[in-house]
Design a protein around this ligand. Structure first.
Ligand code: 5GP
Length: 207
């Protein structure tokens, strides 16, 4: 028998276009990490190249609302006309296995997680400037001007809530942002409340 420390829930937010996905991919490319990515459910239509079960679980609105009713989502939010949510069972299972679980979600959902799991680690990825953010959203080129403007407005309101997070990481370069986040995750494991909880035997036993 060995004793397994419960995993840490890592919640990453940031305005769309800030490069969260790229930073996350770079983190998962590192060797020797102990991370699992929680794939969200959404009613948004897939973008070119997105794959069901890899990028998102793409579902109809009716199914999404059913999941909410059945209490199967850890959190959910409506974002620019679509629903997004985190399947609860997967997160619970991986944390119990001792894996650190990464959620990449918008701010309203993150605040819900903060209510139910306050010991999660909350990281906000911010752009070097708003001009840079607009450039990044425009050069992605997948969306109409109206959607781009909505996402910019949303970005401003999200940045206004960055103080709710434990850490703010500026994505000046992908490598810098990745390294800072890896360092934060490492440090989270030495947080006094986590270590003391572990010593107090509030831990999971596996064969
Ligand atoms: P996108 O449409 O660009 O993929 O995502 C739009 C926003 O929804 C992003 O900020 C993304 O992080 C967020 N998002 C993705 N999955 C979830 C989720 O499960 N819950 C919440 N609350 N937001 C999510």
């Amino acid at each position: 028998m060995r004793l397994v420390e419960k995993g840490v829930l890592i919640v990453i937010s940031g305005p769309s276009g800030v490069g969260k996905g790229t930073v996350r991919a770079s983190i998962f490319e590192q060797e020797n990490h102990n991370l699992e990515y929680s794939i969200s459910m959404t009613t948004r239509k897939p973008r070119v190249g997105e794959v069901h079960g890899v990028d998102y679980f793409f579902v109809e609105k009716e199914e999404f609302l059913d999941r909410i009713d059945q209490g199967q989502l850890l959190e959910w939010a409506e974002f620019v006309g679509n629903y997004y949510g985190t399947p609860l069972d997967y997160v619970k299972q991986k944390l119990d296995e001792g894996k650190d679980v990464v959620l990449e979600i918008e701010v309203q959902g993150a605040l819900q997680v903060k209510n139910v799991m306050p010991d999660a680690c909350f990281i906000f990825i911010a752009p070097p400037s708003m001009e840079e953010l607009r450039n990044r959203i425009m050069t992605r080129g997948t969306e109409a001007m109206e959607v781009i403007n909505k996402r910019m407005q949303k970005a401003e309101s999200e940045i206004g809530l960055a103080h709710e997070y434990d850490y703010i990481v500026i994505n000046d370069t992908v490598e810098n942002a990745r390294d800072r986040i890896m360092a934060i995750i490492e440090a989270e494991h030495s947080r006094s409340n986590r270590v003391l909880e572990y010593y107090n035997k509030n831990i999971v036993e596996v064969e």
